[in-house]
Design a binder for this molecule. Structure first.
Ligand code: GN1
Ligand code: MG
Length: 357
């Protein structure tokens, strides 16, 4: 980390109620939205410092309220709590006039995260902890949660944004993305069968890809979910599908070699077993839609990546010009593979999950 940045971040930490020391920082270059740093004291990791992207999250106050509310429920023998460090003024975040909104959280030591599930134990643990998260939040009063990104996983909205991007995109881009555009149009039609009207709204995480789950390095148990910006109301199949697209798929989100993208049945089944290990917490109507959730989530992410590619990368941080298109193509490829497994998934889910009555 360059020296200036260190000084700047140390200045910033003075606003939080923590020991006055000179800390060290390590940038964590994951994620497409926020800036994240590990804060260390004499090489020992203590906190996670994050700048919340105010362009994406317009209501940071509401967002931090959602996280603080959820944290009150997210503690259990089988779920490791994270804490927000307060500022000197007893707030859960600090607003710096120049650099924006910052928050500080406890770092859970000796942990790791995986981009993909390498074995069924990881898939099982992912299912268990996603289920536990929902079980712990099942009784949380929904009114306490604001929609920090309204209609985040709303397909008609994403479809409109896609249609608009088609109108303004450069001709070469439309040409390069031709296949993706036609896959998007076909799949939008297929997904019209999704009907949310019978589903209960829940407090969801809304970004449950596998690398947002912390695992213990010691015994590979899943400890808790991280990256909680999108905690808000939603349907369970959002969190289910977002996990499956990274648990049952062994390739990266921007994998260019589609031969590597597979739908791994043993990993899918292990995830379901992990979910079920929490006991019944899902209603039948929710279980019935899960297999479509595993198609819906990779698709909606692919569609958003495609839209951003056509819009010249105004939303996601990209590390090269066509990264959004590569993400889209990889996500669409997995969507297609999941589509072929809807029948199979429906059977596994029916057999494996006991509905709540
Ligand atoms: C974005 O930056 P990151 O990885 O936390 C996006 C998620 C996607 C993810 C990966 C607010 O999250 O929805 O799953 O990229 N978050 C937002 O595609 O748009
Ligand atoms: Mg996120």
């Amino acid at each position: 980390m360059i020296e200036n940045k260190n000084v700047e971040l140390n200045e910033l930490l003075k606003n939080f109620s923590i020991d006055r020391k000179t800390y060290e920082f390590q940038g964590i270059n994951q994620g497409y939205i926020n800036d994240t740093y590990l804060v260390l004291d004499n090489q020992y990791p203590l906190y996670i410092l994050q700048r919340v992207n105010h362009n994406v999250f317009k209501d940071v106050h509401g967002l931090m309220g959602n996280i603080a509310n959820a944290f009150q429920h997210l503690q259990d023998q089988n779920y490791t709590p994270i804490e927000l460090l307060k500022t000197e003024w007893d707030n859960s975040y600090f607003k710096d006039e120049k650099t924006g909104y910052w928050r500080l959280m406890t770092y859970i030591n000796n942990t790791t995260a995986y981009d993909n599930a390498t074995d069924t134990d990881i898939a099982y643990e992912a299912g268990r902890v996603v289920g536990k998260f929902h079980q712990l939040l099942a009784e949380a009063p929904l009114d306490n949660y604001v929609d920090t990104i309204p209609q985040f996983h709303n397909l008609p909205l994403r479809e409109n944004q896609f249609e608009e991007s088609l109108l303004s995109a450069k001709t070469e881009k439309l040409e390069t993305a031709k296949m993706a555009i036609s896959f998007a149009k076909e799949t939008l039609e297929k997904l019209r069968i999704l009907d949310n009207s019978k589903l209960p709204l829940r407090v969801c995480h809304n970004d449950t890809k596998l690398n947002n789950i912390l695992f213990s390095k010691e015994n590979n148990k899943a400890l808790c979910l991280i990256d909680l910006d999108t905690i808000m109301k939603g349907y369970f199949y959002f969190d289910f599908g977002d996990a499956i697209r990274t648990v049952a798929n062994t390739a990266a989100e921007d994998e260019q070699d589609h031969g590597k993208i597979t739908f791994e049945k043993p990993l899918f089944e292990a995830f379901i077993k992990g979910l079920e290990s929490n006991g019944p917490f899902l209603y039948k109507e929710e279980i019935d839609l899960l297999s479509w959730g595993a198609v819906f989530m990779p698709f909606i992410h692919g569609l958003r990546a495609l839209t951003d590619y056509l819009n010249d990368n105004i939303y996601y941080k990209v590390s090269y010009e066509n990264q959004n298109l590569d993400r889209c193509l990889s996500l669409f490829d997995f969507t297609n593979k999941a589509l072929q497994e809807v029948g199979y998934m429906t059977q596994v889910v029916k057999k494996g999950l006991t509905p709540k009555v």
